[in-house]
Write a protein that binds this ligand. Sequence first.
Ligand code: ADP
Length: 319
Amino acid sequence: MKRIGVLTSGGDAPGMNAAIRAVVRKGIFHNLEVFGIYQGYTGLINGHIEKLELGSVGDIVHRGGTILRSARCPEFKTPEGQQKGVEQLRKHGIDGLVVIGGDGSYRGAKALTELGFPCIGVPGTIDNDIPGTEFTIGFDTALNTVIDAIDKIRDTASSHERTFIIEVMGRDAGDLALWAGLAGGAETIVIPEEPFNMDEIIERLKNGQKRDKKHSIIVVAEGVMSGTEFAKLIQKECDIEVRVSVLGHIQRGGSPTATDRVLASRLGARAVELLIEGKGGRAVGIEKNQLVDYDIIEALGRKHQLDLNMYKLSKELSI
Ligand code: ADP
């Protein structure tokens, strides 16, 4: 292994830059040449590939987004697109590739591996929905952004004695909603992994009002339904005034937290080690604070598990 490439793909996440930096610096530390591939698989197909030096990744560890930029590339889902990608990699003399992204990006890495090109998947998404790792790069930063928003909404909710529904991201996973709801003291958390009971939610709202509670916060994961739809459901059942706040893309941005920077540095560096060890087709992750890696096909076949004990706890704490 003499030359490796790195790309970021799919939805961006804070901490991707710290991961790119780790790949580049760890590679150079081991006397490899490292090439940055711009705009994910789109840049791979088009040959938008440039050599990165130590200085190319200076001053980025604290920045959100990704200096390599990201893209969705439908063409890469086709065998022709994948073949073009392999040709570009060979043309540039690249022997191994680190793909930082979500499960769609992993599928691209798996396709390349099946074509005989060694790839390592690094989990980068705010959704925390990648199998084979307890945490993904970006989740902690997004979580802190959501908590900050909940705290602020709580101030105004309290002043006006209002019920707020806060819609958070996470695609089909409820992790962001669950963690943010627990840390933000939400009365109700609605996640895709567990059915919700509207009678119970309304009962809790009414009980809160009876004991002179000044506000109520309901966190709804986007994977269940939109905040507006949820508000309509509540208002069909009772005449409590509700306000909806959709946090949206603010959750994807911002300077990564220390936790995300450290996680990204560890995972990015581990990906390079695996390539040096001649192990392609792996996905790196973290479990019980230890670095792990799995066959990328096996990892994709698993299902990410949300911690249902935490969900139970959130209910117990919001009686
Ligand atoms: P994420 O990586 O955040 O889950 P996407 O699902 O949009 O985001 O995937 C990112 C990109 O990965 C896609 O635009 C496409 O280029 C590539 N990709 C997704 N699925 C596949 C697949 N089955 N085979 C090859 N490439 C894929």
